[in-house]
Ligand binder design. Structure first.
Ligand SMILES: Nc1ncnc2c1ncn2[C@@H]1O[C@H](COP(=O)(O)OP(=O)(O)O)[C@@H](O)[C@H]1O
Ligand SMILES: [Mg+2]
Length: 240
C-alpha cells in the first residue's frame, strides 16, 4: 500500500504554472528520490505535502487519508516530518534542547511508543559530542544535523529531506547516506530531493524526475538515468 499518493496535482503562482499534472506514489519503507533542475518545483511539492501551500487542483493522500489543505501542525502530528533547504534551528539552544522542544510538539508514533529516544536521535545524527554546544556555534553541516534531529524528534513515519547534503564533504555525504538507509530500515519512509547523483544512485529505491511541470520519468535510478528525455533535460544531453 502506498504511504503517500500525489494525485493530479496542479500549482500556479499567479501566471507561473509550476505543475500541470503531477502523480506520484511512494510505498511504505521506500527511499524515494526527486530530482529536477533548479526551479522545477521540488521545494514547492514538499511545501504542498506539508500544508504550507495549497494546490490549485489535486490531492495529497497520506495513509489513505486526504490531507490536502490541512494545517502544517496537523500534518506534522499525523506523521510527516520535514527538513528545510535553508536551516532554521533555535540558534541559542543546544542540539538537545532543540530536539526536546520538537518532541514536546510531536504526535504519537502510530506503531506504539516513539521510534527513537532523544538520545538515540542525537547519536544517529552525529551530534553526541556537541549536544550541549549552542547551535549557533556549530558548523553548517552540524546545523543541518540539528534540523534532521528536530524532524526525527517529531516521530515522523514519512520524512522529507530537501537538499540536506548540499555543501557537505565526502565523508559527511557518506554519513548522511548511511543515516537515510538506517531510517528506512527502521520503518520510516524517506523522500529525498538531492542534486548529487551519486547520492540518489546509492540510496534510492525509486526516482521521479520533474521537468517543466511534469514527471518526465519514474523508475529505478538506473532506469531514469538511461531515459532519453532525462538525459536531454537534466544530465545535459547525450555524450558526443
Ligand atoms: N511563494 C512563491 N511565490 C511565487 N513563486 C514561487 C513561490 N515559491 C516558488 N515559486 C516559483 O516556483 C518555481 C519552483 O520553485 P521551487 O519549488 O523552489 O523549485 P526547486 O526547489 O525545484 O528549485 C520557481 O520558478 C519559483 O520561483
Ligand atoms: Mg528547492
Amino acid at each position: 500500500m502506498p504511504i503517500l499518493e500525489i494525485k493530479n496535482l496542479h500549482k500556479r503562482f499567479g501566471g507561473l504554472e509550476v505543475f500541470s499534472d503531477i502523480n506520484i506514489e511512494v510505498e511504505e519503507g521506500q527511499i524515494y528520490g526527486i530530482i529536477g533542475t533548479n526551479g522545477s518545483g521540488k521545494t514547492t511539492l514538499f511545501n504542498i505535502i506539508c500544508g504550507i501551500y495549497k494546490p490549485n487542483f489535486g490531492q495529497v493522500i497520506f495513509k489513505n487519508q486526504d490531507i490536502t489543505g490541512m494545517a502544517t501542525w496537523q500534518i506534522s502530528r499525523l506523521g510527516i516530518g520535514r527538513c528545510f533547504q535553508t536551516v532554521a534551528p533555535f540558534k541559542s539552544m543546544t542540539p538537545m534542547e532543540n530536539v526536546r522542544v520538537a518532541r514536546a510538539t510531536a504526535g504519537k508514533f502510530s506503531k506504539g511508543k516513539e521510534l527513537f529516544t532523544l538520545d538515540e536521535i542525537i547519536t544517529l545524527t552525529g551530534l553526541k559530542d556537541k549536544e550541549d554546544v549552542p547551535t549557533q556555534e556549530l558548523s553548517l553541516p552540524d546545523k543541518k544535523n540539528v534540523e534532521i534531529a528536530r524532524a526525527l524528534a517529531c516521530n515522523p513515519e514519512l520524512i522529507l529531506f530537501d537538499e540536506v547534503s548540499c555543501g557537505l564533504s565526502g565523508e559527511e555525504i557518506y554519513n548522511r547516506m548511511e543515516l537515510m538507509k538506517t531510517l528506512a530500515k527502521s520503518g520510516i519512509t524517506v523522500i529525498v530531493v538531492e542534486h548529487i547523483m551519486l547520492f540518489i544512485k546509492n540510496i534510492c529505491d525509486k526516482v521521479a524526475v520533474l521537468h517543466a511541470g511534469k514527471v518526465i520519468a519514474e523508475g529505478s535510478p538506473e532506469q531514469v538515468a538511461q531515459t532519453e528525455s532525462v538525459i536531454e533535460a537534466y544530465l545535459g544531453g547525450k555524450k558526443q
